[in-house]
Ligand binder design. Sequence first.
Ligand code: DQA
Length: 149
Amino acid sequence: MLSVLVLHGPNLNLLGLREPEVYGRSTLDDVNRLLEEEARSLQAEITALQSNHEGVLIDAIQAARGKHHGLLINPGAYTHTSVAIRDAIAGVAIPTVEVHLSNIHRREAFRHHSYIAPVAIGQISGFGVESYRLGLRALVAHLQSLDPA
Ligand code: DQA
């Protein structure tokens, strides 16, 4: 069965409370439940982890090698700052989809650049919680095209 690691970066533990006009009212548990259901319908499974710490996210990416087939990541603010997370993704060469709840391209200029996008298959941004569902579907379709069962 296809296994996908879902990583949520800093402050995403506050989902539902944090700037709901930007990020919506769903909690992180709601997002993970939705992804679990979606994964089941795609005959895949997910393992989800949230951390506010760059190094913890990097350790999880490194440990995913040989364990997970794909990575779905919302790097939060590290999107715009972290060469180290980008290097970890490039280093393990696990197919990765980057997702954002908000449309980072219509927000402040400092959010327009992503260090992660060049090492991802693609980026989905601006659809709220739906970004995660779309991202998971796109990632699983990509993985299946690499290795059709
Ligand atoms: C975010 C967008 C980032 O710019 C921000 O720092 C976040 C959340 C999003 O999902 O819209 O923490 O990744």
